[in-house]
Ligand binder design. Structure first.
Ligand SMILES: C[S@@+](CC[C@H](N)C(=O)[O-])C[C@H]1O[C@@H](n2cnc3c(N)ncnc32)[C@H](O)[C@@H]1O
Length: 319
């Protein structure tokens, strides 16, 4: 049975749940690297299954977690997508500045696992703007610097690349700490476009561009309060599984570093023991030496004098 969804005129299935949740929502990421985006992997997989994007642009890739979620989704779905990762790969004052090995690690995975689909455009975002045509992108992910002005500049410069029916993702819309202002941009944009906001994983805003043709996205954008709550709690729980997976994957390395710590402490204890026994040997040598024996009477007199002085000083003693 099909129904017509009022707001966007999109045919919707009777089983509304399956329109915002599918088998891809349960996939596990193939590459777990340090990231604040971990908990959005299930939604990222679902989005790709739903939109089947031909062209994807990410502003801010760092270690590549979100980018590899997109690349893995395209690979598993057999899509001939082109994915562009844009980053200076120098870092910034929010993500922290980092060394060349970060870019090398991303390049190695991209070339080895996704050679056909991925393109790394190294440099400042605006330097690569000419490489991406207007109305050519299905998914634009904005995850560079997170100040209000930064995010607004990225949005204004890149929104025209997104074609009708595409989406723009904004990470960190739930961060209100110092230096974070994506929430403010999101508050301005969300009421004027089809949109949906996740609060978990630092927040992810999903903004529809033009007409929404995807049934699943329409279900998201048109969700009433109760459904929106259910969508949020489902993806938050699925996201927590990814965080646990990351913790499990990190465990062997943590165990290795604990072993290394125990080894170095053991080494330190042995070294200290050696020092103590060397000193004891020196003291023993001295005690058996002639000068120690010759000075024994002097030490005896000095000890007697000491005792006498202590007794004389004891208050209240009869004299
Ligand atoms: C928050 S990290 C990206 C996180 C990534 N999406 C993930 O899944 O973990 C932000 C990245 O954006 C890059 N960046 C920030 N502003 C930039 C700009 N104007 N041009 C190029 N790279 C920029 C930084 O180098 C940093 O690696």
């Amino acid at each position: 049975m099909t129904m017509i969804d009022g707001t966007h005129g999109v045919p919707a299935r009777a089983d509304v749940h399956s329109s915002w949740l599918g088998p891809a929502s349960y996939w596990q990421p193939a590459h777990i690297v340090t990231s604040a985006w971990l908990e959005h992997a299930p939604f990222g997989f679902w989005l790709f299954d739903e939109l089947r994007p031909r062209s994807v642009v990410e502003l801010g890739t760092h270690f590549g977690f979100s980018f590899f979620v997109f690349a893995e989704a395209a690979r598993r779905l057999g899509l001939a997508s082109e994915l562009f990762a844009l980053d200076s790969w120098e870092g910034d004052d929010q993500a922290g500045f980092y060394e060349e090995d970060v870019y090398e690690a991303v390049r190695t995975i991209a070339e080895r696992d996704y050679p056909e689909s991925t393109h790394l455009l190294r440099g400042y975002f605006s330097e690569s703007r000419h490489a991406i045509a207007d109305d050519s992108v299905d998914v634009l992910h904005i995850d560079g610097r997170h100040g209000y002005e930064d995010a607004r500049e990225d949005y204004q410069e890149w929104r025209s690349t997104v074609r009708d029916g595409g989406v723009i993702l904004f990470h960190d819309i739930a961060e209100h700490g110092e230096g974070f202002g994506v929430w403010r941009l999101w508050d301005e944009l969300a009421p004027r476009h089809p949109s949906f906001a996740f609060a978990h994983g630092h927040g992810l805003g999903v903004l529809g561009v033009g007409e929404t043709r995807s049934r699943g996205l329409a279900a998201l954008f048109d969700a009433n309060e109760a459904t929106a709550r259910e969508i949020r709690s489902t993806y938050s729980r699925l996201g927590a599984v990814v965080t646990r997976q990351a913790q499990l994957e990190a465990m062997p390395a943590e165990v290795d570093s604990l072993h290394a710590l125990v080894d170095s402490l053991r080494h330190e204890v042995e070294r200290t023991r050696d020092i103590v026994s060397q000193r004891e040997a020196v003291i023993d040598d001295f005690r058996t030496s002639t000068s120690w024996k010759v000075t024994r009477p002097l030490r005896a007199v000095s000890s007697l004098l000491g005792r006498g002085r202590r007794e004389a000083a004891r208050p209240g003693d009869p004299r």
